[in-house]
Design a protein around this ligand. Structure first.
Ligand SMILES: Nc1ncnc2c1ncn2[C@@H]1O[C@H](COP(=O)(O)OP(=O)(O)OP(=O)(O)O)[C@@H](O)[C@H]1O
Length: 249
């Protein structure tokens, strides 16, 4: 089942212009990355897909389920751009609490919290208060919290921001396993395009609240000019797409 946004328009305030305009988009199978300049609406799209915000007009559905339904939200995990440390909780408690919020009972959430932390290599920090974790570690708590209830779709807002290179590799391997072995659909926004686009199955580019490109990663990379060195294909493809639209990213 796919998350489908149909003609979604969304404004944060009634008297402000909408951030998303009549956006129609299906989250594809596998790993998709969401690119676009600052303010394009990437976080907003993820929040609509997660059911955190509702569109002003249009609909967000997964099969028969509407994003406002609890069952929908239980199938979807969303990791926000900034993770808040719940200051009195340990890393494990924070992950378990998120599972409980998603409808797991207390003991299942507690049992699932440790394997979720292990997946992001944070077992050794499980009993540390989240306020004492580094920024990168806190993001890994955020990823573990997104994983704890075994969602079918993961929506991750700049998940690798603040991670060191070793942790980015761990994260990329984790996402690849989730997508290709456990068949979890993953959509993540990022500015680390060179780092992630070559690992992804699909690329979506959001520009000023509309989808300006959506397709397989190979089609995206094909926009790079002939003769582009291998290591720069993704960045050059992104720049070429932007130039084609007369925009500066
Ligand atoms: N809570 C909010 N209240 C009012 N306006 C908001 C709110 N959140 C975002 N916006 C505005 O909506 C627009 C899109 O923001 P959004 O965070 O979705 O973009 P983005 O593509 O994720 O940007 P970035 O790459 O900088 O994270 C921006 O103009 C932003 O100022």
């Amino acid at each position: 089942m796919y998350i489908h946004l149909d003609s979604c328009t969304f404004a944060y305030r009634r008297n402000k212009p909408p951030v998303l305009h009549q956006l129609t988009y299906s989250i594809p199978r596998g790993i998709s990355i969401l690119l676009g300049p600052n303010g394009a609406g990437k976080s907003t799209l993820l929040k609509l897909a997660a059911g955190v915000n509702s569109p002003t007009s249009g609909s967000v559905r997964m099969g028969d389920l509407n994003a406002r339904q609890r069952k929908y939200r239980q199938r979807v995990a969303w990791m926000p751009q900034s993770i808040t440390a719940m200051t009195s909780l340990t890393a494990r408690e924070q992950v378990a609490y998120t599972g409980w919020l998603k409808g797991m009972n207390r003991s299942d959430a507690w049992a699932a919290s440790l394997p979720a932390l292990a997946r992001v290599e944070l077992t050794s920090r499980a009993n540390i208060k989240t306020k004492d974790l580094s920024g990168g570690q806190l993001r890994r708590v955020g990823v573990a919290s997104a994983l704890v209830h075994n969602a079918a779709v993961l929506l991750l807002d700049e998940p690798t921001a603040g991670m060191d290179p070793a942790q980015r590799r761990v994260f990329r391997d984790l996402i690849a396993r989730l997508a290709h072995e456990d068949e979890v659909q993953v959509l993540m926004s990022t500015h680390d395009i060179a780092d992630l686009a070559e690992e992804s199955d699909h690329v979506t580019v959001l520009t000023e609240g509309t989808v300006s490109f959506a397709g397989p990663t190979d089609d995206f990379i094909a926009h790079a000019p002939a003769g582009t060195p291998t290591g720069r294909m993704v960045e050059e493809a992104y720049a070429a797409l932007a130039a084609g639209q007369g925009r500066e990213y």
